[in-house]
Design a protein around this ligand. Structure first.
Ligand code: FAD
Length: 477
C-alpha cells in the first residue's frame, strides 16, 4: 500500500505527491492519505485561530474529495515533533505501507521533520518520495552564476521569465479513482480541535471552503478584476485583489495553478499583454522569490535578519507602545484602521501591511520580529516565507528591501490610498463623522471631541532618530 503524507497541500488537483502515488496505485497497490495534526506545532508557530479553522474545514473537504477517489484519509492527532514522527511510522508499519509520498516544505523545522521521518522509514525498508509543489519553479533551480539565489528581485524575475518554459513544473493531473483499500477514513481528531477553536475564528465564515469554490474565485478574479489589478490593487477600499492568499498558504491552491490561469487569459504571455494580469503574475513571483530565499537561507526561518548587521541596531522592546500598535490605538487613523481590520477579520490588505509594518519598525523602532509574530498569530493567510519577506522588506533588514531612509509617511499614504477615508470610517467608527480632508489626521480638538487617540509619536522626529540609528550615529534622547 502507498501513503500520501499531506501537510500544507490540502488539495487533490495539482498535487504531485498524490498524483504519483495514485499513478503507482494503478499497478495494484492502493493509496491512503494521512495528515498529522499537531496543536503543539501550531502553538509553536503561532498559527492564528482563523487559519486553524480554515485548515480544519479544508481537511474535511479534502477527505470528501479523496473519498471520491476511494482514498481513505486518516487524521492523526500528534503532540510533539517526536510524537509526529513516531505516530506516522506506526501507521505506516502497522498498515504494511511500502511507499510514502509527500510534497516538500522548506522551513527549517518542517524540512528537518521530513528528513527525520524519511530516515526512520527508509531504515524499515519503506520507500519515500518527495516532490516540489510550492513554487512554479522549484527552489534551487533559479540561481545566479555562483549557484546562489538572486538577492535582487528584478534579477530573479528576469531569470524566471527566461527559464519559465524549461523549468516550470507541469501541473499534476487529477488521479483516477482506485479500488477501495481495507481502511476506514478517520477524522475523529478534527472534532476535538473544532470544539476547542475560539468563537472568533469563525468570523472567517466569509472565506469560501473547498477546492471547487476556490477555483471559482480564481477564475472569477482573472476574468474580471485582474485586468484592472495594476491601477486598483493599492486601494484597500476597493477589494481589487484576489483574496487567494489564505488558500495558497495552506495549499488548497498552488501558484502554478494561478499562473496558468493568468497565462491562459493573457495569450500565454508572462510579461506582455494585459498590464493588470502581468502585474498580478509579478506578485505571484514575489511569493516564489521569498520561498526560494528561505530555501537558500535557513536563518530566515530562525528569526535572523537577512542583513546580519541590522541585528545590532537598537531595536526597541517597548511593550506598551507595541500594545497600542496591536490594538489599533496609535492615533494614526490609517494604521489603526488596518490593525483593527487584522484583529477583526484575520486579513489585511497588502498596502496596509506595508504601512503598519513601516510604522512599527521606523516610527516606533520596535523589533520587526514582534510584528512578524503578531501577524502570524492573527493572519488567516499567515505564511512564514511571505510574512518574513514582507517584514524584512519593511524593516530594511532583508533582501532587496526598502532603503532605510525611504520611510512611508502614514498620513500621506492614507491621503493617497484611502482618499475619501472610507476604509478608515469602516474600522475606526469614532472618526466616521469626519470629512475626507480631516479624517487622515484629525485636529486635537476633533480627537478630544470624538474620543480618539492622540498621535503616539511625532512622525518627523521619530523617523529622524531611526535614520540616525541606521547610519550608526548616536542618538541623544
Ligand atoms: P493578490 O494581490 O491577489 O496577489 C496574489 C497572490 O500573490 C497573493 O495571494 C500572494 O500569495 C502573492 N503575493 C501578493 N503580494 C505579495 C507580496 N508582497 N509578497 C509575497 N507574495 C505576495 N502574504 C501571505 O500570503 N502571508 C503572509 O503572512 C504575509 N505577510 C505579509 C507581511 C507584510 C509585512 C507584508 C508587507 C506583506 C505580507 N504578505 C503576506 C504579502 C501580501 O500582503 C499578501 O500576500 C496579499 O495581501 C494577499 O492578498 P491577495 O491574495 O488578495 O493578493
Amino acid at each position: 500500500m502507498n501513503a500520501v503524507w499531506f501537510k500544507r497541500d490540502l488539495r487533490v488537483y495539482d498535487n504531485p505527491a498524490l498524483h504519483h502515488a495514485m499513478t503507482a496505485s494503478l499497478n495494484g497497490e492502493p493509496t491512503i492519505g494521512v495528515f498529522c495534526l499537531s496543536e503543539w506545532e501550531w502553538d509553536k508557530h503561532q498559527v492564528s485561530p482563523a487559519q486553524r479553522s480554515l485548515i480544519v474545514k479544508h481537511l474535511r473537504t479534502l477527505a470528501a474529495s479523496l473519498n471520491h477517489l476511494n482514498v481513505p484519509f486518516v487524521v492523526l492527532k500528534t503532540s510533539t515533533f517526536e510524537n509526529t514522527a513516531n505516530s506516522l511510522e506506526e501507521l505506516v508499519i502497522s498498515n504494511g505501507i511500502t511507499h510514502v509520498y509527500f510534497n516538500r516544505q522548506y522551513e527549517v523545522n518542517e524540512s528537518t521533520l521530513e528528513t527525520q521521518i524519511q530516515n526512520k522509514l527508509i531504515a524499515q525498508g519503506v520507500q519515500c518520495s518527495g516532490f516540489d509543489d510550492q513554487c512554479v519553479v522549484a527552489p534551487g533551480q533559479i540561481t545566479n552564476k555562483q549557484g546562489e539565489c538572486f538577492k535582487v528581485y528584478t534579477a530573479f524575475k528576469r531569470s524566471y521569465f527566461e527559464r519559465f518554459y524549461d523549468l516550470a513544473r507541469p501541473i499534476a493531473s487529477l488521479p483516477q479513482s482506485q479500488t477501495l483499500p481495507n481502511l476506514q477514513t478517520d477524522l475523529k481528531a478534527l472534532d476535538a480541535i473544532e470544539a476547542g477553536l475560539p468563537e472568533h475564528s469563525n468570523r472567517d465564515a466569509s472565506w469560501p471552503i473547498g477546492e471547487e469554490a476556490v477555483h471559482q474565485m480564481l477564475n472569477d478574479f482573472v476574468d474580471d478584476k485582474a485586468r484592472h489589478y495594476q491601477e486598483n490593487r493599492d486601494y484597500p477600499n476597493l477589494a481589487a485583489t484576489s483574496g487567494l492568499s489564505p488558500y495558497l498558504a495552506i495549499g488548497v491552491l498552488t501558484t502554478r495553478q494561478c499562473v496558468q490561469v493568468a497565462l491562459n487569459a493573457n495569450n500565454g504571455q508572462l510579461d506582455a499583454g494585459n498590464p493588470g494580469l502581468e502585474s498580478w503574475i509579478n506578485e505571484l513571483i514575489w511569493r516564489d522569490f521569498y520561498r526560494h530565499l528561505m530555501f537558500f537561507y535557513p536563518k530566515l526561518s530562525k528569526h535572523k535578519a537577512f542583513k546580519d548587521e541590522t541585528d545590532q541596531l537598537p531595536w526597541q522592546h517597548d511593550e506598551r507602545a507595541f500594545k497600542q500598535w496591536c490594538d489599533g490605538q496609535t492615533g494614526f487613523p490609517i494604521v489603526d484602521a488596518a490593525m483593527r481590520q487584522l484583529n477583526q477579520t484575520g486579513w489585511m490588505h497588502n498596502r496596509l501591511r506595508m504601512i503598519v509594518a513601516m510604522f512599527l519598525t521606523k516610527d516606533l523602532f520596535i523589533d520587526w520580529r514582534w510584528g512578524e509574530a503578531y501577524f502570524m498569530s492573527k493572519l488567516v493567510d499567515g505564511d512564514l516565507a511571505s510574512n518574513n519577506g514582507g517584514w524584512q522588506w519593511s524593516a530594511s533588514t532583508g533582501v532587496d528591501a526598502a532603503p532605510y531612509f525611504r520611510i512611508f509617511n502614514p498620513t500621506r499614504q492614507s491621503e493617497r490610498f484611502d482618499p475619501d477615508g472610507d476604509f478608515i470610517r469602516q474600522y475606526v467608527p469614532e472618526l466616521a463623522s469626519l470629512n475626507a480632508k480631516s479624517i487622515h489626521n484629525p485636529s486635537s480638538q476633533q480627537r478630544h471631541n470624538l474620543g480618539y487617540a492622540y498621535p503616539m509619536v511625532d512622525h518627523k522626529t521619530a523617523t529622524q532618530r531611526t535614520k540616525a540609528w541606521f547610519k550608526g550615529e548616536s542618538v541623544h534622547e
